[in-house]
Design a protein around this ligand. Structure first.
Ligand code: B16
Ligand code: MG
Length: 218
């Protein structure tokens, strides 16, 4: 029986994925690296350090120390925080507020499984912080998406088993993480990218709790 919903943040609750990409592009340019055209498909859902390592792999001849990588991650985060400084509840993606309200009315427990260390700050700007029963801190986990740790931990914080939750993702690494945690996966985006999802909708406006519950129970 469905007892809870778990949400990725960037690209599901709000469209911060474009700000992550813009900040990485700016940082990469400053060190003479141009991102591949499909970079966002890899970067979505990956931790800050995994994302930086992917970018640095585009220029394999240059070696960066751990201290230099920390400094580059901090510079990217400063750029990202500037880009997201003015976010408001108007930046919640279409359909999400209705879905959260319907889920609350049904007594479902709600959690956030975002790889972003900025999640609590951004959820506060969206005025969604109090809507969730659990928000997993990615810094407490031993591995990042596509590892199942973040979805396992969020279900645990909600007090639910993997068979009692439905989880929402916009990234291939996130769908992999949900399925490795043996949870029901709703992919938001293209079927080509979100391989392995149990249900795929083209965008958040198409999310319908009644339809999703029927598919969960099937
Ligand atoms: P931060 P999600 C992920 O969030 C983003 O998709 C990914 O692009 C970002 O690198 C990662 O968070 C870390 O974010 O630098 O803010 O800690 O999609 O898991 O909600
Ligand atoms: Mg995401």
């Amino acid at each position: 029986m469905l007892k809870g919903l778990i949400f990725d943040m960037d690209g599901v609750l709000t469209r911060t994925d474009r700000y992550h990409l813009a900040a990485w592009e700016q940082l990469a340019k400053s060190i003479g690296i141009e991102l591949p055209a499909n970079a966002n498909e890899y970067l979505k859902g990956r931790s800050r350090l995994d994302s930086l390592n992917y970018i640095l792999e585009q220029a394999p001849a240059v070696h960066y120390t751990a201290t230099q990588k920390d400094e580059l991650c901090a510079r990217k985060n400063t750029l990202y925080q500037k880009l997201t400084a003015d976010m408001t509840p108007a930046d919640i993606l279409p359909g999400i507020y209705t879905l959260l309200t319907a889920a609350k009315a049904q007594g479902l427990r709600l959690g956030v499984a975002s790889a972003s260390q900025n999640a609590p700050r951004l959820l506060a700007k969206l005025e969604l912080l109090d809507s969730f029963d659990a928000i997993t801190d990615p810094a407490t986990l031993s591995a990042s998406k596509p590892d199942p740790a973040i979805y396992n931990q969020t279900a645990k914080l909600l007090g639910l088993s993997s068979g009692e939750v439905m989880s929402f993702e916009d990234a291939a690494s996130g769908i992999e993480s949900i399925k490795a945690a043996h949870q029901f996966a709703v992919g938001i985006g293209s079927a080509e990218e979100l391989v392995g999802a149990d249900v795929i909708v083209p965008n958040t406006a198409a999310l319908d709790l009644i339809m999703l519950t029927v598919q969960f129970d099937a």
